[in-house]
Structure formats: C-alpha cells, structure tokens
Ligand binder design. Structure first.
Ligand code: B12
Length: 482
C-alpha cells in the first residue's frame, strides 16, 4: 500500500510565548512515527512522512493529495489533538484513504477519541509497529479489523474496541527508525544550548520507566523498563553516524535504569572509538561519579535531570521517589565529571504554596546547573494526576494548554497569576545573575554559542520588560474534557 504518516501542522507560538518561542522551541526528531514508518516499509508498503513541524496545514493536505495514499496515519499528543482532528477531516475531503490516528492522546482516550473525530476510521492505542502492520494487511485484503489487538475502529456505525496490544518485549527485532524519510535532517534542531554538534539524531535505547511519578505519561501504562541489547544500540549509533549524524540525544525516560548496562554502552562507544557527542537524561538516584565519568570519556557532554522541586514535601506529592540530597549529589557528580547539567522544575504541584515555589527557585540557584527550565504542572490524560485533577485543583478545558507551558492545572493552594509570576521570577533570578551571564559570555567558543547567548539575552530582556511574558488564557469551566 501507499501509506502516509503525518505530524499535524504546528507552530512554536502554539506552545511558547511569542517573544521567547524561537529560543525555546524544540525540534527533536519524531522517533515514534519514524519507527512506525520503518516497520511499514519492512512489511513492503511505500511510506512517506509529512511533518507539520515544517509544513503548514494546507501544504500537508496538498502533499497527501499528490501522493494519493491508500492509508494515512496521523500522530497526536494532547496538545495537538484538535489539529489532528482537523487534519483528518481535510484529508477525507481530498482522499479515499483509510485514516487512522495514534500516539499519546488516542492511546489515553480510546473510544472517546474516535467519538470526537468522525473523520477517523480507527485509532491505534499503544505501540503501533506491530498493530499497524497487521491492520494494513487486513485493509489490503479488504478484511475487517476484528481482533487486531490495539485497534479501536468503526464498523456499520458502531465503535468496536479490540483487546489491547501487549508491550513489545523484543525491541531489538524492530527495524531502526526510518530517519531517511525526513526531508531535511538539519531541520531537527533541539532547543538552543542542548546540542553541541549537528545534525542530531534521537535514539531510545529502552522504553518505559520504573518511576511512579503521578504526572508522567507512559504510553503502555506499565511501570517497568524494556531494554534493547547493548549490541543493538551500538549498531544503531553506527548506522546514524553513517547517515551523517554527529550527535545523539538519547531520549530514554531514564538511561541509567540498569546501571551496568549504561556503563557498558558508554564503554563500548569508547572502545569502538566512535566520533559522536551525546546528551542523555537520567534519574538523580540512578547515577554516580564513576558512571558519569565513563559517559564523559565516551563523548557525552551534557545530562538532563528532572529535579522538579526544591521542597521535599512536593517531591513526595509528585511521588517522584527522589530526595533533595540525591539531586544535589547527582548535579555535583555530573559537574565533577565535566558534564554540562540541564535541570527542569515544575510550578503548580498539588499542595504547593507560593512560598514553597520560591524555595524551589533558591534550590535551582544553589544547584547552579548550566541551563534550567521552569514548567507548569500538566495533567496529561492517562496519568494519575489527570484522574485526580478535580480533587487536587482546577484543570483547563483547552487541550492546547497541555504543553508544560500553559495553565493546564492550578492547584487549590495557588492561583494562575501566581504561577505565571513565579515562572517570570524564576527565569529572571536564575539567568540574570552576573556570575551566570559572565560564565556564558566567557564560554562562547563557536558562532552557535554566540547565537545562543544573544538569543538568551533577548529572551531575558523580554522577561524583564514584559510582566505578561508568561501570561496564558485563563482556564474556562473546569473538567469539560472528561
Ligand atoms: C520526541 C518528542 C517530541 C518531538 C517530536 C514530536 C513527537 N512527539 O515525536 C518534539 C520536540 C517536536 C516534541 C514536541 C512536543 N512534545 Co513531545 N515528546 C517527545 C518524546 C520525548 C519522545 C517521543 C517518542 O519518540 N517516543 C517513543 C515512541 C516509541 O513512542 P511514541 O512517539 O508515542 O510512538 C508510538 C505510539 O504512540 C504509536 N504512534 C505514534 N504515532 C502514531 C501515529 C499512528 C497513525 C499510529 C497508528 C500509531 C502511532 O506508535 C509509535 C511506535 O510505537 C515524548 C516522550 C516519550 N517518552 O514518548 C514526548 C511527548 C510525546 N511530548 C509531549 C509534549 C507535551 C510535547 C509538547 C507540547 C512539549 C512542548 N512544550 O514543547 C510539544 C508539542 C509539539 C509536537 N509536535 O508534539 C508529551 C505528550 C503527553 C501527552 N499525553 O500528550 C510527551 C509524552 C512527554 C511527556 N512525558 O509528557 N515532542
């Protein structure tokens, strides 16, 4: 079959304040859909990927019309859902193709998603590689989708939900993501300051997380990690280097869930002498100095820690399973290992007060990482926080707010205005420190570094100038999403 995979058209301004959008926007490769495309291609289908990150809506529809596919698959997370629904509607106006959707939102919402999107023929819940190949085999033969695990479909006006697709156990068996389908790999640039060399490939060496954070969306809903073999991971890294990539961003929810495996991956990259720089994320209670030094020796230059809060009570409210001391130790160890450190914090945690949030800003300054981000609490469908939102606070009715940047959730203990003000105070206090600015200026080595600092100073200027820089539309009637 001719199969098209689509990322709905979206703009940085849909997510970030206009003044800082360019500095904040992130264009990691959409790994999930590239995995899908690779499995469909391996099954013999002709596949094209149309990325609305770089095409506007009309261009996406026009590309579909030109390709004239028999199948179209649309990616949707919560923030993109309404755009995905519109994309399906307009595709149906120009094509006879079967149109499916998949990704975080359809997976979390199931039948409800199909009810909300009359133009969709079906949705795929969970991992799509095996499910979609089986579904297209049925479509090709003109057969019903009855029994295809993971599919929820329409038949004779009824919505039928098949049993769920179990998580893929043997991840090594999956073909590597079809990165060659990206029109221009140089467009996929991570946020400023979080890459050293370009182009950057996104790699996941495992799926899932054994943490139990109440706000974290997990595709398969499980609380365990499925690992690829070290050999399979190294093969993919070498494949990326052959394709001209120079840096890898590992996007495992936690790269060091298995300490010795993480050490073996780093040692094998070093032993093979691969010319690759890399950036990784890990939980603060899963790393130590010897591991981080091994990462550094193997080309790792930076690490991301989800620090979340500077108040233990609020870390416990998130059920993050870490302590402030572990965060301090991990950041110190990363610095001693010579790694750049990036941390993220959340404002609007259930039960958090304005005064406690100010302590989180103090904690961020005490840790003094190289970059910090301050997000807003976001109760994604499919998470415990979403299910308990009305008990813990007020949830927005606009899916567009579900971006870590919007007012998707306001705890009973704070106001929306306080959260906006806290974000402004936080970015202002952290990035306006003369010692920090001097460190950034003295750290300029390349043109990219220079651009990064000027863009950062520009954003800082707006954060100082505009009281409303982080102001977003107030949440209207609560819980109408339910
Ligand atoms: C890479 C990434 C991006 C990239 C690329 C877009 C993308 N989503 O791939 C960029 C940087 C552009 C991005 C942006 C954003 N992202 Co993002 N992103 C991720 C990340 C880190 C990895 C995605 C991935 O490859 N996962 C691994 C694969 C295996 O899973 P998958 O993508 O879900 O795909 C599988 C299935 O869902 C299914 N599937 C997926 N698509 C389709 C389509 C069809 C037709 C079918 C049948 C099946 C199917 O099959 C795939 C293979 O098994 C995830 C976190 C995560 N661990 O998943 C967050 C995540 C998806 N992002 C999230 C968010 C909130 C955003 C932003 C709003 C954040 C922001 N402030 O910028 C923006 C929104 C703009 C946008 N275009 O999405 C949330 C979504 C939560 C939710 N429930 O809605 C996540 C889950 C992070 C989190 N922990 O909360 N993101």
């Amino acid at each position: 079959m001719r199969a098209a995979i689509v990322m709905p058209a979206w703009l940085p301004e849909d997510i970030f304040p206009t003044k800082t959008a360019k500095a904040q926007v992130n264009y990691w490769q959409p790994l999930g859909v590239l995995y899908l495309a690779a499995s469909l291609r391996e099954a013999g289908h002709e596949v094209k990927f149309f990325d609305g990150s770089f095409l506007n809506h009309d261009e996406v529809i026009q590309r579909i019309k030109e390709f004239d596919p028999e199948f179209v698959g649309i990616y949707a997370n919560t923030a993109l859902w309404k755009k995905a629904v519109k994309t399906a509607e307009d595709i149906k106006k120009v094509s006879e193709a079967s149109v499916f959707a998949g990704g975080p939102y359809p997976t979390a919402m199931g039948e409800k998603a199909l009810t909300e999107a009359p133009a969709l023929d079906a949705i795929v819940a969970g991992e799509g590689e095996l499910t979609l190949c089986e579904a297209l085999e049925r479509l090709e033969k003109g057969k019903s989708l009855d029994g295809v695990k993971g599919v929820i479909y329409r038949e004779k006006g009824r919505i039928i939900k098949n049993p769920p697709r179990p998580p893929i156990e043997n991840l090594d068996a999956l073909p590597f993501p079809a990165r060659d389908l990206l029109e221009d790999k140089n467009l996929y640039v991570p946020p400023a300051g979080t890459y050293r060399r370009k182009p950057v490939a996104i790699v996941m060496t495992s799926r899932g997380c054994n943490g139990r954070c109440i706000y974290c969306y997990q595709l398969t809903g499980e609380r365990r990690i499925r690992y690829r073999s070290v050999e399979n991971v190294l093969e993919e890294i070498e494949f990326c280097l052959e394709q001209g990539y120079r840096e890898i961003r590992f996007l495992d929810d936690t790269f060091a869930g298995d300490y010795s495996r993480a050490m073996r991956i780093a040692e094998e990259i070093k032993r093979r002498g691969l010319d690759v720089t890399w950036f990784v994320s890990a939980r603060v209670n899963q790393v130590d100095e010897p591991l981080l030094k091994a990462f550094r020796r193997a080309g790792c230059w930076a690490i991301f820690f989800g620090a979340e809060s500077g108040v233990q009570k609020n870390l416990n409210a998130l059920r993050k399973g870490i302590t402030l001391e572990q965060t301090r130790r991990a950041v110190k160890a990363a610095k001693r290992a010579g790694l750049k450190v990036v941390t993220a914090f959340i404002f609007g945690i259930p039960g958090e007060t304005y005064e406690e949030a100010l302590k989180t800003i103090d904690f961020a300054i005490e840790l003094d990482p190289d970059f910090v981000n301050f997000h807003t609490m976001t109760p994604f469908p499919g998470t415990e926080l979403y299910d308990r939102a009305s008990e813990l606070g007020q949830m927005s009715s606009r899916w567009e707010d579900f971006t870590f940047e919007g007012a998707a959730f306001i705890p009973h203990t704070m106001t929306k205005e306080q959260i906006e003000e806290l974000r402004r105070i936080a970015f202002k206090r952290f990035y306006s420190r003369p010692r920090y600015i001097l460190r950034r200026l003295l750290g300029i080595r390349t043109l990219d570094d220079f651009k990064l600092v000027t863009r950062g100073l520009k954003s800082l200027f707006w954060i100082w100038m505009r009281e409303d820089v982080f102001r977003v539309a107030p949440p209207s009637n609560q819980n109408v999403n339910k």
